[in-house]
Design a protein around this ligand. Structure first.
Ligand code: 5GP
Ligand code: ZN
Length: 114
């Protein structure tokens, strides 16, 4: 997708502070962090929203979670705690239409969100 910010980050056309990188998944620091640790985890392949996933993407979505686990360990928040979430479409406040998981940590995150 030529117009997608996260595809451009994956392609290295827009700089980002990467914290995890494998053949299918990239994770980088959010440019406008909402918590002391705020990481965005994306599939390298463009998928617009959670609604666009298919059963063929089951491994990919699992790998995004495994990447989150690794990032939490690497950044030292695995024990203190963290939240992963995926916003889908308008009511959830999805702003970038390349499916992405937020990893938030480093403060008490509160519940319920929103
Ligand atoms: P959404 O609201 O779509 O779930 O979240 C999009 C997230 O991407 C926001 O938290 C926003 O700060 C982050 N973001 C948007 N553009 C960029 C960018 O160019 N670089 C980085 N690192 N994060 C971005
Ligand atoms: Zn994209």
């Amino acid at each position: 997708m030529t117009d997608c910010i996260f595809c451009k980050i994956v392609a290295g056309e827009i700089p980002a502070a990467a914290v995890y990188d494998d053949d299918q998944v990239l994770a980088f620091r959010d440019i406008q962090p909402e918590a002391p640790v705020h990481i965005i985890i994306v599939p390298k392949r463009h998928i617009a929203t959670l609604n666009d996933l298919t059963p063929a993407d089951a491994e990919l979505i699992g790998r995004m979670h495994l990447a989150a686990r690794q990032v939490a360990l690497d950044l030292g928040v695995a024990d203190s705690g963290y939240r992963t979430l995926i916003n889908c479409n308008r009511d959830a406040g999805q702003y970038v239409f390349h499916v992405h998981m937020h990893l938030l940590a480093g403060r008490n995150l509160g519940w319920p969100p929103g």
